[in-house]
Design a protein around this ligand. Structure first.
Ligand code: HMH
Length: 242
């Protein structure tokens, strides 16, 4: 089966190059919701064009998942369960330092992640995969990045959270275009679920408001590091080692 359009060749990694076509001199307080979503629109448009984003969302592993030939799927599953456990810790701390208006969404996200850990147990049992594994290199690398982002100011941390969820949504949407009937259909259905998409859109609102308080440089740094870790994670999943 043919997957959705897009260059699936492995391009050389590039730094995300986000254009600065908007006026960052506007104070955060007067930045309306509408304005922050415009700002996000610029960020998203730039992201979608970046070669790293292309690799992170159209990785050969995702294609193999869609086509039902991903022999290392169990490796991905167990490593991603470890990642989600790390994300629970990161996001719980983010709730604690978020502005009041963002706390409910982020807290609901934590509850969702905890439920996700149950989902991993169910998938592992049905595929006969053990989740009792050590974190591989890319999983440890991502854990280190989450710890770094944990030290960043809240606005940068919430942008990081939004990117890591958005990239995942796009990645699984791509996998689905390569086939939906194979043995990994449950994973694709799970990560492309409209509830997840709605959550990512809500995070985008938070990230947009937060983005308005930061410099382009700082935001780009977080986005670039997250996307790079996503690529490393798929590489690990594809190789089944790392
Ligand atoms: C590697 N990135 C990775 N795993 C995930 N489960 C998500 C993002 C989304 O939660």
């Amino acid at each position: 089966m043919r997957c959705r359009k897009g260059n699936r060749q492995r391009a050389a990694p590039h730094v995300l190059d986000l254009p600065s076509t908007y006026d960052r001199a506007v104070p955060a307080q007067v930045m309306s919701r509408r304005m922050s979503s415009m700002v996000m629109g610029v960020l998203v448009a730039a992201l979608l064009k970046s070669p790293q984003w292309e690799i992170a969302t159209r990785h050969p592993f995702l294609r193999a998942v869609g086509e039902g030939t991903a022999s290392t799927f169990g490796v991905w599953l167990a490593q991603d369960a470890l990642f989600v456990a790390d994300l629970v810790a990161f996001q719980a701390r983010l709730v604690a330092r978020a502005p009041r208006s963002a706390q409910e969404l982020l807290a609901r996200g934590v509850v969702g992640l905890v439920a996700e850990l149950d989902w991993f147990d169910v998938q592992a049992a049905s595929l006969g995969v053990s989740l009792d594994v050590k974190p591989m290199r890319a999983t440890r690398g991502y854990q280190a990045l989450l710890s770094q982002v944990d030290e960043e100011r809240y606005p940068l941390a919430v942008v990081g959270l939004w990117v890591l969820e958005r990239v995942y949504l796009e990645a699984w949407r791509y996998a689905e275009t390569c086939g939906v009937a194979g043995p990994y259909a449950a994973a694709m259905a799970h990560w492309t679920d409209p509830t997840f998409a709605t959550y990512v859109a809500a995070l985008e609102e938070l990230a947009g408001a937060a983005y308005a308080q930061e410099t382009d440089h700082a935001v780009e740094g977080v986005v670039r590091r997250v996307v790079a870790q996503e690529v490393a994670f798929w590489d690990m999943a594809e190789q089944g080692a790392g």
